[in-house]
Design a protein around this ligand. Structure first.
Ligand SMILES: Cc1ncc(COP(=O)(O)O)c(C=O)c1O
Length: 398
């Protein structure tokens, strides 16, 4: 400390001291937790150093939008969790997806998308129509239609376990069909997380996740991640930096910290989810449960092939098709609250018709069966009997 203090001793201007005097020697030993590099810009000794950092010859940071060591740490982590060569961290799941679309698609391209996708993803694809990029939606298990539509398509967009019907695509088979046509396969793995699925191992080219959800796991961060081969991700990284789709160092740091307990949280939450799915299936007020770990789910067999360590922590269930039924349930619950996100430590409910799928047309929602009594549940790590008691009591009031 004394070194810096002495350098500034001779200075007599308060304003200069106020700007420059907050200095400390860099510790020569490593902190256990990575520092947060809360700086939007970085200094350079001279022009040679500028060139060296830009060219990648010397490790260094340039400007917040190009990323900081906290971005690089999160990217290294996300790449490692998916066994990928490279990763890019973005400001949200949607900015990660947008960066992929903007980097990989151009006017005249065709996208084939699963009919079961998060509503905002379908809307972004629809927006791209204004730039001459057409999207066709297909049922994930209609292989004849998939093969037909994939002919000449640039990109196939799937979700490992879809929002909110939990449809699980046969990733190895669809990747084979898509690659036969030269189509790039992008998989949104948000619901599964790398604990339950690593889509690159099944042949997907790019895996994307909303890190806002299970990776961070504490409902306090907005982040997205994309992983895959370096040659595919290089343009994604460039678009994200150029268009400002990146996050800030603090959020990256939080996501890295949250991910440390990913396996512990997922193991507990998905064990709870299976129990709750079975419990809900036995409740007279519940018409139907959607969970790929139940033999009643259309993708039960596929899920055994695609998901590991269980069937993940998301499930959906249907009450009678009425808002009053849903409100009755919500008013009766003590621990389980309504929150329009997922992947935190606490069990939450969401209502696709009024939130995630609100902006689809009524006909599109009807086709997916997303009526007023359809609820999606993100299962947390609470004590299972407490959750069951909470739901049992609230269901009795429906
Ligand atoms: C499956 C899926 N993908 C992407 C997103 C978008 O992520 P974010 O909210 O971090 O932009 C969500 C958000 O709910 C989601 O459920």
């Amino acid at each position: 400390m004394s070194g810096w203090y002495e350098i500034f001793l001779g200075m007599d201007s308060l304003s200069t001291l106020a700007v420059h005097a907050a200095q400390a020697d860099k510790p020569l030993n490593e902190p256990v937790s990575q520092p947060i590099y809360q700086s939007a810009s970085w200094t350079f000794r001279d022009l040679d150093e500028v060139d060296a950092v830009y060219s990648g010859e010397q490790a260094g940071a340039i400007y917040g939008r190009n990323g900081t060591p906290n971005h690089r740490a999160l990217e290294a982590l996300f790449a490692a969790l998916h066994g990928a060569e490279a990763a890019v961290a973005c400001a949200s799941g949607m900015s990660a997806l947008s960066a992929v679309f903007l980097a990989r698609l151009k006017t005249g391209d065709k996208v084939v998308a699963s009919r079961d996708l998060y509503g905002s993803t379908l809307n972004v694809l629809r927006d791209l129509g204004r730039f001459g990029i057409a999207t066709t939606t297909v049922e994930i298990d209609d292989f004849a239609a998939m093969e037909r539509e994939l002919s000449g398509a640039r990109l196939l967009m799937l979700e490992t376990s879809s929002n909110p019907r939990l449809r699980v695509p046969d990733l190895p088979r669809l990747c084979r069909v898509a690659h036969h046509q030269g189509t790039l396969v992008v998989v949104d793995n948000t619901f599964a997380s790398p604990y339950h699925c690593r889509p690159l191992e099944f042949g997907a080219d790019i895996v994307m996740e909303s890190l806002t959800k299970f990776i961070n796991g504490h409902s306090d961060v907005m982040m997205g991640g994309v992983a895959g081969r370096e040659e595919l991700l290089e343009p994604v990284r460039a678009v994200a930096a150029r268009m400002g789709l990146v996050s800030n160092p603090q959020e990256c740091w939080l996501a890295v910290r949250g991910a440390e307990t990913l396996e512990l949280r997922m193991a507990r939450a998905s064990a709870n989810a299976l129990e709750l799915a079975q419990f809900l299936e036995a409740q007279p007020k519940v018409r139907k449960v959607h969970y790929p770990g139940l033999s009643s789910h259309p993708d039960y067999e596929t899920a055994k092939k695609v998901l590991r360590n269980g069937s993940a922590a998301m499930l959906s269930f249907e009450l009678g098709a009425s808002r009053a039924a849903v409100n009755g349930l919500l008013h009766g619950l003590k621990h389980v609250r309504m929150a329009l996100s997922l992947g935190g430590t606490c069990t939450t409910l969401s209502h696709p018709a009024t939130s995630s799928h609100r902006f689809l047309s009524q006909a599109e929602r009807d086709a997916l069966g997303l009526h007023d009594g359809f609820l999606r549940m993100s299962v947390g790590i609470e004590n299972l009997p407490d959750l069951q008691a909470d739901l049992e009591k609230a269901l009795s009031q429906v």
